[in-house]
Every structure is written in C-alpha cells, then in structure tokens.
Design a protein around this ligand. Structure first.
Ligand code: 9MR
Length: 547
C-alpha cells in the first residue's frame, strides 16, 4: 500500500467515523420529486382548488384567474404552480398516525419562480373534514429574494400554537389527532405568482438538535445584560411598589438601562374621571414614581400605553356625550400625558393591540366605535402634536406568526408611515419555549426593518408550560427556554444598528409574571427565578450577544 492509498483509506475511515458521531438518524418516509409525471406519483395527492380548477394553461380561466400546472421538469425540476389569490394543497395520502409529531419535519425545496416577495403558507390540516376550520398556518416568506431554490425544513411540532395561541383548549395536540395532513397554500395576493416545489418530504428524526445556547460555557460573574448589549437598550417592566423595594431596584439598575411601566401609565391608572365641564381628573402618583426612579438612575423610559382597549376606564365605555365630545376627551388625555412627560419619556406605545386575533380587522373597542377606523391615526396625531420629538410606536402581540393580524397591523403602520406619524413597532414577544422559530422571528422582524422603522421587542417572556402539562420546572424546559431566548436575542442583535431600539423583558422574577395568573398553569417565563437567581435564559441572553 503506497502513501496515497493509505491517506485515502484513512480519510475514508475518518469521514465514516464523523458520520457515525455526528449524523442524526433520520428516516424520510414520504417523498416526492415529481419525476414520475403527473402531480403526485406516489404518496401525495392534490386537494381542493387544485383538483377542481387546475388546467395546464397559462391563460386565465373563465373566472379571470390564472391556473397553471407544469409537471415534472418541463420548466425546471420540480412542481410549478402559478395562480392568483387561491389556495393550492398537496396532501400526503398516508396519515401520520401513531407517529410522534415532535420529531417529524416537513422538508421541501422551494423557489419563488421569479416573483420576489412571494409568500406561502405551509398549512397543517387536521381531520375529520380536511378543510378548513382546524387548519393551522405557518407563513413562510422566501429568504432569497433572487428566487433561487432554497430548502426549508419545518418542525411540525411548532404548528401547535399557531392555531389559536390564546386558547389552549383549541390548539391541536398532534400526537392525539392521528390523522394529520399537510398542505401548502400559496399566499399570493392578487398578483399572479409562481411557486415551485420539489423533493417534498416528511422526515422523522431521532433527535432534534438544539443549537445555539451552550450550557457548558459559563458566563463571567460580572456580566450585565445592559453592558453586554452594546447597540440597544435592555428594558424591564416595572411597578411602583417594586421600584421602591431595594431587592428589586438593585437588580433593575444593575442589569437594565430602560424601563417600561407594566401598568402605571395605562389609562386605568392615570385617568380617573371627567367633570361636567369636560375637565379630566388625572392621577399621576404611580406614573411619576416610575419616571422619578428611572431619572434618578439614568434609565431610558418607554411609555406604555396611551390607548388600549383592555385598560379603558368604565366611565369612558359608558360615556353619554357625542362622538365629537368623546374624541376631544381622548385628545385632551393624550395631550396631557405626553406633555407632562415631554423630555423625560423617550417613546410611547400610542395604541396597543388594535387588531383582533386571527384577522386583519380592527378589534372592537369604544375607541373604534366612537372615533371610527381612523382612530389609531388620530391618536398618533394627538401624540405628535403634543411632542414633536418623542418616538411613537404601534405595539401588538402575535405579529410574528399570526399572518392575518400581521397584515392588518402593517396596513395601519403603512398608513401612519405615509402621514409621517410613526417611529417604530413593538413586537410584544409573549412567546413559548418552542414557538415561534427563529426563521419566523427574523422574517417578521425584517418587515419592520424594510420600512426603516425602529424595532422594539417590547414585552419578552417565554412560557415554559403553555399547555399546563408540567407541574415543576424541568431541566429540559430550562434549556429549551434558554435556547428560545438565545434565538430572540440573536435575531434582535442582527438588526442593523440604526433600527435597534430596545429589547424589554416583561418582569423580573418568574413568580412576578402575569402568565401564571392569566393562564392558570404554573409557569417560569422570565430570566430570574423566584429567589432573584439568574436562570439559564439569563446566560443565553448574554451568550447570544457574545457569539
Ligand atoms: O403584565 C400586565 C398585568 O400585570 C396586567 O394585569 C395586565 C392588564 O393591565 O396587563 C399586563 O400587561 C400586558 C401589556 O400591558 C400589554 N400586552 C399584554 C401584557 C400581558 O397581558
């Protein structure tokens, strides 16, 4: 054996050993590369619109819409769909029955066929009726705007909460339903768009790799959140009683350089009544306390929130005056609050949560009812009139993954941009240890950056027990939560500096959080435990900024 042969053998053995060590066992048990001709030669079938309408034609159908199917490599490799504003689905004929969904991934190669900006929804359909009431959606925007082929892989376990994050009863327990089908919807709007698919597969993995947070690397004892984050503010939600408690205030000032009042600047805290002449009765006790604390400690202040349906005083809901009078009261209120803290408060959530869950429509509220669909814009204008310098934000939750809500929110935002009334968007970030994934976080964050607005991850907490399935905080959940925090911080830190504002954590200690009382399950959603101890999620925050 000469030296070259020996080298080749050695490297072959090495590669083999590496594969043994690193390769994750996976089984691809449903796959189609469309090479057999026709839509789905083996184990997939078309469903719904495609089946009834699809024709091999690039001309509009009688309904004026385009439907085009090109099989098996006629243009490129892969399956091409080109149509406007319509749903298309492919469904594996085999059910996922008895598979544990935790380790099942949908993998496919996709290409936006020359139409940058195309979006698709990956849809999980849960029986028995196949469509559509129990569908869950996972919106995917093509990463490469050049429309090159890209491979996407989605952990099906992440679909669970997309369905209805606020109603845990309704969310799908995939391990129980036993007959899950998977579809792909083209979310094409009114423009004719093309999406190409190839190598659609379901992949079962032995083990789901957790990447990013490394538990074996300890962080230096003197690390601080605020000093590790060089290019943005690290905020904390505070309450009047806690800023006066030295255990809390010591940690607040050590770790954070921005505060948001968790409740003290909401209408219900400040706005106490209206007299017969229309004068407002305002109580500044709590809000002043927070402002004084922040100023004394040289911390930034983000104001939360001028208008929010959930913090509307009852006397406004039952106000008997005219709509015009109502609007003038809101104007007076916003003017008074913004003016009082001019030069002290750096930014305001002007309107909070204006869009209803799972829709693109306004949420019902007395503000909508009395001031019309322009109410958000009016409130921003009142705030802007009161202070030309203060930064104005629209703040809402679930915008990362509720695609309809996202659409509604950005319609509001785009209108505000046109009127030069908005400076930034707050993504609240009340999220789960396993949802949403990093790609979804990034894709949604890009929507803000694309508009050249400031990004505030405004109310971060990471639920570790969203379905109430655990009684105690496990090592596993601790790690998973840390991994999610790592991803959030990584995504935030990757924002171009000029659009960074703050990443605010919604409370200090696990046992202070709103989550447990609200959902009724024990949870551990924050970075510090109930004894003020740093959790893995704290280390993950620091690590994500150092790597
Ligand atoms: O954490 C806040 C909790 O203490 C209050 O009882 C509740 C109602 O005012 O509001 C909570 O904070 C909410 C925030 O103001 C807006 N986004 C959702 C937050 C959690 O409900």
């Amino acid at each position: 054996m000469n030296i070259t042969m020996a080298k080749v053998m050695l490297s072959t053995i090495l590669v083999f050993l590496m594969q043994l060590t690193f390769a994750q066992q996976e089984t691809t048990y449903l796959i189609t590369d469309f090479d057999g001709g026709g839509i789905l030669p083996n184990e997939w079938q078309s469903y719904g619109d495609l089946g009834s309408h699809g024709v091999v034609s690039a001309k509009p159908n009688s309904d004026g819409k385009f439907y085009e199917q090109i099989w098996n490599g006629k243009k490129d490799e892969g399956y091409i769909v080109s149509q406007s504003d319509i749903t298309f689905r492919i469904i594996p004929k085999k059910k996922l029955k008895e598979k544990t969904i935790t380790n099942v991934f949908l993998r496919m190669d996709i290409n936006c066929g020359g139409a940058p900006g195309t979006k698709i929804n990956i849809v999980l359909v849960d029986g028995p009726n196949d469509c559509c009431t129990n569908d869950v959606n996972w919106q995917y925007s093509f990463v490469k705007n050049t429309c090159e082929w890209e491979t996407i892989e989605i952990n099906l376990a992440e679909f669970g909460y997309a369905y209805d994050p606020n109603n845990h009863e309704k969310s799908i327990d995939i391990t129980k339903v036993g007959r899950v089908k998977i579809g792909v919807d083209i979310f094409s709007g009114t423009e004719r768009q093309i999406v190409q698919f190839d190598n659609v597969a379901l992949v079962v993995k032995d083990k789901v790799e957790v990447t990013g947070y490394d538990d074996s690397t300890s962080i230096p004892e003197n690390s601080r959140l605020k000093s590790t984050a060089k290019d943005f503010l690290v905020g904390i939600a505070v309450n009047p009683s806690r800023v006066q408690d030295t255990d809390y205030s010591a940690l607040y000032t050590k770790e954070f350089n921005s505060v948001t009042a968790e409740n003290a600047m909401k209408m219900r805290s400040i706005f106490k009544g209206i007299d017969e002449e229309g004068n407002l009765s305002l109580d500044w006790t709590n809000s002043d306390l927070i402002v004084d604390f922040a100023q004394a400690n040289d911390m930034n202040i983000h104001g939360h929130t001028l208008v929010w349906h959930e913090s509307t005083p009852d006397f406004l809901k039952t106000f008997e005056g005219t709509n015009q009078e109502f609007e003038s009261i809101i104007e007076k209120y916003i003017t008074a609050v913004v003016t009082r803290y001019k030069g002290k408060i750096d930014s305001w959530d002007v309107v909070n949560e204006a869009i209803a869950d799972g829709t693109s429509d306004f949420r019902e509220s007395v503000f909508l009812e009395r001031m019309g669909t322009d109410y958000v814009k009016k409130c921003f204008q009142f705030a802007r009139n009161a202070d030309k310098e203060v930064k104005l934000f629209y703040n809402d939750y679930n915008l990362v993954f509720d695609s309809k809500k996202q659409k509604g929110a950005f319609a509001i935002v785009d209108d505000l941009i046109n009127s030069s009334l908005i400076d930034g968007i707050g993504y609240q970030m009340h999220i789960d240890y396993n949802f949403p994934n990093k790609l979804a976080l990034k894709t949604a964050t890009d929507l803000i950056v694309d508009r050249k607005l400031l990004v505030h991850f405004s109310e971060l907490d990471v639920k570790t027990n969203p379905k109430g399935s655990i009684k105690e905080f496990s090592e596993k959940r601790d790690m998973e939560q840390a991994q999610k925090v790592y991803e959030v911080v990584e995504v935030y830190n990757a924002i171009p500096n000029e659009y960074k504002y703050a990443l605010t954590i919604w409370g200090l200690k696990d046992d202070d959080s709103w989550v447990t009382p609200r959902y009724g399950f024990p949870d551990w959603p924050l970075l510090f435990d109930s004894s003020f101890g740093k959790k893995k999620a704290y280390s993950a925050f620091i690590q994500a900024l150092q790597n």
